[in-house]
Design a protein around this ligand. Structure first.
Ligand code: FMN
Length: 175
């Protein structure tokens, strides 16, 4: 029987989901059996999967609480299969902050949670000012100003490196 791969995601504006869709597409093109499920709807027994991927975006410095709860609740099952975790954020647009060892959110995340996935990745997300509320727009402008990114509120920039996503998806086959 083919190994079963589960992909669980937490997204707000859709970029993490877009990355997950790409991963699923690459895996399916390679004849893999894949389920893609939002963390909000996930009710399966984790051990029905041979491999589980969790993808989550950063908002104001942290991943969604639901992701943290999910990992804590299911730690034993997660430790019994192959797992991958990836984080999506804008700081990762800078090459020197785009690895699990150098991305501040990912470094902090694994300091605060008792879980060691088989693989960890970081992908740069999307900046899209017009999608944000007034407050969020001002905050992101401030963050961008501090990190020397675009502050023009017309900016819509997808920083995601799709080749890196593709490589990650392929690497899951051999996991
Ligand atoms: C309200 C808000 C807060 C954010 N906070 C951060 C942050 O603290 N650090 C960062 O690198 N990116 C931050 N981002 C950027 C998101 O991580 C990025 O846009 C990502 O692509 C969002 O993925 P999603 O659409 O799957 O939620 C923030 C975005 C928004 C809208």
């Amino acid at each position: 029987m083919k190994p079963k791969i589960g992909i669980i995601y937490s997204t707000v504006d859709g970029q993490t989901l877009k990355i997950c869709n790409k991963i699923r597409e690459v895996l399916q093109q390679n004849d893999q059996d894949v389920d893609l499920i939002s963390i909000d709807d996930f009710n399966e027994d984790i051990t029905k999967y041979d491999k589980l991927v969790i993808g989550a975006s950063i908002r104001y410095g942290v991943h969604n609480d639901k992701v943290i709860e999910f990992i804590k609740t299911n730690k034993t099952q997660l430790d019994s299969i192959k797992t991958a975790f990836f984080s999506v954020n804008l700081v990762a647009r800078k090459p020197e902050k785009s690895s699990p060892e150098t991305n501040p959110y990912v470094v902090k995340f694994f300091k605060t949670i008792d879980w060691k996935p088989t693989v960890v990745k970081v992908f740069a997300g999307k900046l899209d000012y017009k999608k944000y509320s007034f407050f969020d727009r001002k905050m992101i402008q401030l963050i961008m100003w501090m990190t020397k990114g675009p502050t023009n509120t017309d900016a819509e920039i997808e920083y995601t490196n799709w080749e890196k996503v593709n490589e990650f998806a392929i690497s899951l086959i051999a996991l």
